[in-house]
Design a protein around this ligand. Structure first.
Ligand SMILES: *Cc1c(COP(=O)(O)O)cnc(C)c1O
Length: 391
């Protein structure tokens, strides 16, 4: 007679057959059980036709991978525990000692920090290029340059680059092109079909933002079309042990069906508020790629009709940074915090002098706004009372 604890572990549970439901099931496993030794030996962990070990994927993570690949118009996706981990994965998979990578001058800060610290220490150099000067990119490419990162738009200063122009120059020099597609989210433009036969090679996406939409999950993805490139990323992913939890994958699967509705709602409200801020005397400049006069607006207009609900303002340079801080502190509905695409509107003041080589084109203190799901009229009233408060 077996002990009760053994019966408890070897219970008779079988997943219910014929249980049709709208949401996909949540499957959790560190280990996966094989029917016999031959099956264990025959299993190739790289094939998604079966399961080998939790780290290599479960039905839940494979489902999310397929849906992100579909969203971005790619074929293969791997998931990482954060957007930053996905970004690091691309660099670690594709670069080796002696190689060089190119980052836009306005790149997501932690990406530049990774290049400056760990990558530099491993003998992988980087150069910064002006994202608004596609023709000037060629001058930054050397014999060891392997990888070009593109961000469209830059997530603080909002410049929208000439994506097609950058990809064209990269193609002429045999570079791999990686896009941080968090802003576009697979909705603003198609990274694997940019028109004119142009496409990026790799689309990295912080699922933390629009795919989650809930300000509750950290996750990243790396999507490709080319199977050989996918294999390089998958091997690095396995070697680095970058798994994601089933509950986190489920939270994103649950939110994905509404991504387009959320993206468009935040886009509409953001444009309304950005236009209103353009009329305010304290604001010298509004940086939103969909507004004429914003850096790279013409590139945005040639590639997109949609925009993320994210924009920045430059206060009049005569207004002291401490008064801009007081404005942000006076906001009530806008909360102070990083990230974007969640339900709550957020504001962050940024010190551009710490972020850019040359900031002469962007004088004044910058505040970035991420628009949530509050009524746009209430958000406008909040901005108005905070502007009044600093007089
Ligand atoms: C948030 C963000 C990331 C990193 O995502 P995390 O999940 O927060 O690590 C990368 N790139 C951009 C443009 C982002 O906004």
């Amino acid at each position: 007679m077996s002990e009760r604890i053994t019966d408890l572990i070897h219970h008779a549970y079988r997943p219910p057959a014929g249980f049709e439901a709208v949401p996909p099931g949540v499957h959790k496993a560190s280990t996966v059980i094989f029917p016999n030794v031959a099956a264990l030996r025959a299993r190739d962990w790289r094939s998604k036709a079966g399961y080998t070990y939790g780290l290599h994927g479960t039905p839940t993570t494979f489902t999310l991978e397929e849906r992100i690949a579909a969203l971005e118009g790619g074929r293969h996706t791997v998931l990482a525990p954060s957007g930053l981990a996905a970004l690091a994965l691309v660099n670690l998979a594709l670069l080796r000692e002696g190689d060089e990578l190119l980052l836009p001058d306005n790149v997501y800060g932690p990406s530049r920090d990774l290049a400056r610290s760990l990558l530099d220490g491993w003998g992988i150099a980087h150069r910064l290029y002006d994202p608004l000067d596609a023709t000037g990119l060629a001058a930054a490419i050397g014999p060891r340059t392997r990888l070009l990162w593109i961000e469209a738009a830059g997530s603080v200063t909002m410049e929208f680059p000439d994506v097609r122009g950058l990809v064209r120059v990269a193609r002429e020099h045999g570079l791999t092109v990686a896009l941080d597609n968090t802003w576009g989210a697979g909705l603003a433009f198609d990274p694997f079909d940019l028109g004119g036969g142009l496409a990026v090679d790799v689309s990295m996406h912080a699922l933390t933002k629009f795919p989650s939409g809930g300000a509750d999950v950290l996750m990243g993805s790396v999507t490709t079309v080319d199977p050989a490139l996918h294999e390089r990323i998958l091997l690095a992913h396995m070697r680095l042990g970058l798994g994601v939890g089933a509950n986190d994958a489920e939270a994103i699967l649950r939110a994905l069906p509404t991504i387009e509705l959320r993206y468009d709602a935040q886009d509409r409200a953001a444009r309304e508020l950005a236009r209103w801020l353009q009329t305010q005397p304290a604001i010298a400049r509004v940086l939103h790629p969909a507004l004429p006069g914003s850096p790279g607006h013409e590139h945005w207009a040639s590639l997109c009709t949609r925009a993320a609900g994210l924009f920045s303002v430059l206060f009049d340079a005569a207004i002291e940074p401490s008064r801009v801080d007081a404005f942000v502190d006076a906001l009530k509905l806008f909360r102070i915090g990083y990230s974007w695409a969640g339900p709550v509107s957020l504001a962050v003041p940024y010190d551009l002098s710490a972020m850019r080589r040359d900031r002469s084109a962007l004088p004044g203190t910058l505040v970035r706004f991420s628009i949530g799901f509050e009524a746009a009229g209430d958000l406008r009233a909040d901005l108005a009372q905070a502007l009044d408060a600093i007089g």
